[in-house]
Write a protein that binds this ligand. Structure first.
Ligand SMILES: [Mg+2]
Length: 257
């Protein structure tokens, strides 16, 4: 086992992932896919709408579990195991040719893409407007229902009692726009602005952070993502960070730790 060194409170600098670390995004997602349903119901049958919702939730779950797998055996809990996850990642990549060309990688967590895939799997055609509207409904409902984990809330209060800084590092929500061919485009400023709105609301729920860094366009686990966050933190602190005193809290080994 690696030796754990003690960090004095007075020197500590805290970095947190947000989704599924501070707030229950995954748990909330399954209930807020109702927002997607409202939009589909206006144009499709109840059966189709329910299938879109179930397919959306399956896709989301596969992504969640896929990213959290730590050991080979863990794949047995994943429906379709590693191949299903890799196929999904491939399909996500194929839906974002221009994004990959321009930014070197695709946006993995775009709900717009999940909604399109869920409709494809249901066998129904969707317009760019419908995908856009459904994704908006999803994020609005999710933001309204966001719950801060009680233990995370307590930890934040303790850190703030010690008067230490908290920086939030969060992935892009991958707010993309679909075209008529089912290809997606990405405007980092648009995507980042929407995520910032969503995260600023956490202040009202007692998450008292110093600064926020969002993965648009550079995202986890790329080094640039972390360098961007460090720059933002150092600007806020007014001095360089001593890394041995920095703590990163996250829920994904691959993405955060
Ligand atoms: Mg997370």
């Amino acid at each position: 086992m690696k030796k754990i060194s003690k960090i004095p409170w007075a020197e500590s600098i805290w970095f947190f992932d947000i989704d599924d670390t501070l707030i229950d995004t995954a748990g909330t997602t399954l209930s807020v896919s109702e927002g997607i349903m409202r939009v589909f119901q206006a144009k499709h049958t109840v059966e189709e709408t329910l299938r879109v919702r179930d397919n959306f939730n399956d896709i989301f779950n596969l992504m969640m579990i896929g990213y959290r797998v730590k050991n080979k055996e863990d794949w047995q809990q994943v429906p379709g195991e590693k191949e299903a996850f890799e196929k999904l990642l491939q399909d996500i990549g194929k839906s974002q040719n221009r994004v990959k060309e321009r930014y070197g990688t695709s946006k993995k967590w775009s709900r717009e893409v999940f909604i399109k895939f869920a409709a494809d799997k249901t066998g129904i055609q969707v317009t760019p407007e419908l995908v856009h509207e459904a994704a908006d409904a999803y994020w609005v409902t999710l933001t309204e229902q966001t719950m801060v984990y009680p233990q995370a809330f307590d930890l934040i209060q303790v850190i703030k009692r010690h008067n230490r800084p908290i920086y939030l590092l969060t992935s892009s929500d991958g707010r993309l726009n679909m075209d008529d061919e089912g290809q997606f485009d990405y405007d980092p400023r648009y995507s980042e602005a929407l995520k910032r709105q969503r995260i600023e609301l956490l202040r009202e729920r007692g998450v008292n952070f110093n600064a926020l860094s969002i993965g648009d366009p550079e995202d986890k686990p790329h080094l640039d993502f972390f360098e961007k966050a460090i720059k933002i933190a150092e600007r806020d602190l007014g001095k360089p960070i001593v890394f041995k005193n920095a703590i990163m809290v996250g829920d994904s080994f691959g993405g955060d730790l």
